[in-house]
Design a protein around this ligand. Structure first.
Ligand code: APR
Length: 201
């Protein structure tokens, strides 16, 4: 299935899963390949840094597309609470994006020796879902946090990601999410998700 965006780009939306309760379809899990800044959705998640200072990768793309309002809100958050710890998540509006909100979370910088630090990747997903839920948001898109500049092996990251989202949903059976998207920018990550998804949903 292909989705056309308002800017004329195309997503290869090759997989969708529907999770239902009885007869009612309650949640759609989607795997997409494309640019997260094109999504028309309640909230997109940013792979930010602890200073909320912007950067390259998905962070740079979100600030470029969303305009200066997002950074202004990040500045306020930083001045109120200081730098974020790994796994923390905070929320701003979406500025010029079609997404209403952006959740900024800080993934771990991958370390071959510090496994407990690596495991904080799960906090990024759990804290983002909790925050989105507290805002009453029903659709959320995640990029492949930590798999770019922060060097996390993509397959390990995907396993932790799918495990933490699945655990969250199982332990919050009354959640209000209707759509959860995992969006990959590159074919390698996308095919890893395609291979793994059925184990978790
Ligand atoms: N849409 C979706 N995914 C994207 C996009 C985009 N527009 N741009 C990049 N990606 C993907 C990358 O291909 C990678 O798989 O996001 C994933 C995460 O890569 P990074 O953005 O480098 O994030 P991360 O590894 O978590 O490193 C965070 O990078 O720029 C900085 O400020 C950021 O310091 C922080 C660090």
């Amino acid at each position: 299935m292909t989705i056309n965006t308002k800017r004329g780009r195309q997503f290869d939306s090759s997989m969708q899963f529907f999770i239902s309760k009885g007869w009612i379809e309650v949640l759609r899990i989607e795997l997409l390949k494309g640019d997260i800044t094109d999504l028309d959705i309640d909230v997109i998640v940013n792979a930010a840094n602890s200073k909320l200072a912007g950067g390259g990768g998905v962070d740079g793309a979100i600030h470029r597309a969303g305009g200066p309002a997002i950074m202004a809100e990040c500045d306020t958050i930083r001045s109120e609470r200081g730098y974020l710890a790994t796994g923390d998540a905070v929320i701003t509006t979406g500025g010029l994006l079609k997404a209403r909100y952006v959740i900024h979370t800080v993934g771990p910088i991958y370390s071959e020796r510090n496994h407990s630090e690596n495991l904080k990747l799960t906090d990024c997903y759990t804290n983002s879902l909790k925050l989105a839920q507290s805002y009453g948001l029903e659709s959320i898109a995640f990029p492949n946090i930590s798999t770019g500049a922060y060097g996390f092996p993509p397959e390990d990251a995907a396993i932790l990601t799918l495990e933490s989202v699945s655990d969250f949903l199982n332990s919050n059976p009354n959640h209000k999410f209707e759509r959860i998207l995992f969006i990959s920018f590159d074919s390698k990550n996308h095919s890893i998700y395609q291979d793994l998804i059925k184990k978790y949903f």
